[in-house]
Design a binder for this molecule. Structure first.
Ligand code: HEC
Ligand code: HEC
Ligand code: HEC
Ligand code: HEC
Ligand code: HEC
Ligand code: HEC
Length: 346
């Protein structure tokens, strides 16, 4: 306990000392007895002002509170994705896994992690590399991300690349198309020409394919980007917080839309989300009718299906897991819905 207090005090002392250092002009050279005064250093950033933009107790407490309500803070699946045989999950689902992943080049193969902890401050923030130049919140990585699903390089050019590391698909429809046999009723059956095999009830892009959606490579249909693509993730999902959305709640904030959609009162701009829901419901009903998904669970029925129907399934599950109800990339989402409808004769 004493030791911990001591460390905290040291940290505070470091901040105070560092602020002092950067608040003055650069150090003047020593006044030598017969030498000339050294040149002044480059003026530092106004230390007290800029450090305290972020490092006030009230500010950090507010961020802690926002974070506590976020999906990251709630971390419903952190226990489920740590422990034995969960190496494939750790890089996105827990702090230790992500740091391990970032420590190796390229993208380390993570081992099983036991007693994993949730995605937290230190998962996304490292240390300040420098306190001399413009000071920003230190972010672990803003490097472009090579998509797991198909190798597309995803690059928002800013902090949003951090999100793309984890909020991306883990599978591609091409991999499903390459399956040559499926096990139906305990028997391996060859997939016939013109059909595509669904080998698992969970076939799909896996739960958070938002980055792939933004850049327009997730499902069937001509790839397209949108004015929203350039926004990355943080411009809609962070910014100012009112405690329940924006900032470190990571939930999108309506305030972030108003710059372009003046007068917006909810995300259902131009009824786009309602229209999306209607079209998705019709596609779902048809997939159930054709026996491709189970009504109660929405899970796929293992088997083989004509390519056009498989396309409909893939686009439907991808749009569902994107979770924006049509917002992330409206142009491309419209294309994906149209392909799905066509495949089912809607
Ligand atoms: C734009 C916001 C911001 C500003 C301005 C800022 N910091 Fe930070 N700082 C952060 C964040 C975010 C972290 C990581 C927090 C965490 O992991 O809990 C951090 C971490 C730190 C740490 C602990 C990690 C380390 O790098 O050793 C120290 C010390 C620190 N800041 C000092 C300063 C000082 C001194 C200044 C002013 C010169 C400053 N910071 C300005 C956001 C900021
Ligand atoms: C280290 C991986 C990782 C990073 C980096 C990451 N996330 Fe997440 N995020 C997750 C995981 C895992 C969940 C689901 C947590 C759970 O339910 O256990 C999640 C949940 C969320 C949720 C809530 C989803 C829901 O269904 O409630 C939002 C919103 C979100 N993240 C946005 C972001 C944004 C924006 C960024 C970038 C600033 C980001 N995330 C960075 C892994 C990450
Ligand atoms: C590439 C990163 C990544 C990997 C690898 C990953 N996940 Fe996830 N997973 C996520 C993100 C991000 C979310 C949050 C989805 C959202 O709400 O947008 C998530 C959500 C989930 C959910 C909640 C689904 C729901 O409908 O709410 C479960 C369960 C889950 N993952 C299990 C796993 C398991 C098990 C593994 C390993 C076999 C795994 N994940 C591997 C990124 C990943
Ligand atoms: C999922 C990743 C993620 C997590 C977890 C996270 N942050 Fe941040 N944080 C960011 C990003 C990204 C920014 C930059 C905001 C932007 O680009 O709009 C940021 C900005 C900040 C800032 C600068 C001021 C501001 O509000 O923008 C502070 C301070 C900060 N974070 C502290 C924290 C603390 C404390 C925690 C833990 C309670 C935390 N962060 C958890 C991603 C994260
Ligand atoms: C144009 C603004 C915008 C951009 C850009 C954006 N999002 Fe979203 N996002 C939204 C909206 C709006 C929703 C739907 C919220 C709703 O209907 O409740 C959403 C939903 C989500 C959800 C589900 C949240 C939940 O509560 O279920 C996650 C996770 C998510 N986005 C992550 C991301 C990631 C990661 C990126 C970047 C790759 C991103 N978003 C880019 C606006 C945006
Ligand atoms: C940088 C500007 C910008 C921001 C910020 C922005 N959008 Fe958009 N959004 C656009 C543009 C441009 C279009 C295309 C307009 C069109 O097609 O008429 C668009 C289209 C849309 C559409 C489709 C509308 C339709 O008629 O089909 C929806 C829904 C939408 N935005 C929701 C949002 C939400 C929700 C947010 C905030 C979370 C947001 N946008 C933030 C620029 C923006």
């Amino acid at each position: 306990m004493m030791k911990k207090m001591y460390n905290v005090l040291l940290g505070v002392a470091a901040i105070v000392a560092m602020s002092f250092f950067v608040s003055c002009e650069g150090p003047a050279g020593p006044a030598g007895t017969d030498g000339v005064d050294g040149t002044d250093g480059t003026p530092g950033v106004a230390g007290n002002l800029s450090c305290l933009e972020c490092h006030t107790q009230a500010g950090m407490d507010a961020i802690e509170n926002e974070y506590a309500t976020s999906g990251h803070g709630l971390a419903a699946y952190v226990a489920y994705t740590s422990g034995a045989n969960r190496a494939a999950c750790a890089q996105c689902h827990n702090n230790e896994g992500f740091l391990y992943y970032l420590s190796a080049t390229p993208g380390g193969v993570v081992t099983d992690i036991f007693n994993a902890t949730k995605v937290s401050c230190e998962t996304c923030h490292g240390n300040h590399a420098s306190l001399e130049d413009g000071i920003e919140a230190p972010i672990r990585t803003i490097a472009p991300v090579t998509a797991i699903a198909d190798g597309t390089v995803i690059d928002f050019g800013n902090n949003s690349n951090l999100c793309a590391n984890c909020h991306q698909s883990r599978a591609s429809y091409a991999a499903s198309e390459a399956i040559d046999s499926v096990k139906v009723g305990g028997v391996m059956v060859k997939v016939e020409a013109g059909n595509v095999g669904i080998a698992s009830s969970r076939t799909g892009p896996h739960h958070g394919p938002q980055a792939n959606m933004l850049v327009g490579v997730l499902g069937y249909g001509n790839s397209a980007t949108h004015a929203h693509t350039a926004l990355g993730c943080t411009s809609c999902h962070m910014g100012e917080s009112n405690g329940t959305e924006g900032g470190h709640t990571f939930f999108p904030s309506i305030e972030n839309c108003k710059g372009c959609h003046s007068g917006a009162t909810d995300f259902n701009i131009d009824e786009a989300q309602s229209n999306f829901d209607t079209r998705m419901a019709a596609i779902r009903a048809k997939l159930v009718e054709k026996g491709i998904i189970v009504d109660a669970t929405g899970l796929a029925v293992v088997g083989q299906y004509p390519l056009a129907e498989f396309k409909a399934y893939w686009n439907w599950i991808s749009l569902k897991e994107d979770l924006s109800r049509g917002v992330h990339n409206p142009t491309y989402i419209n294309t994906m819905l149209t392909v799905a409808e066509a495949g089912l004769g809607l």
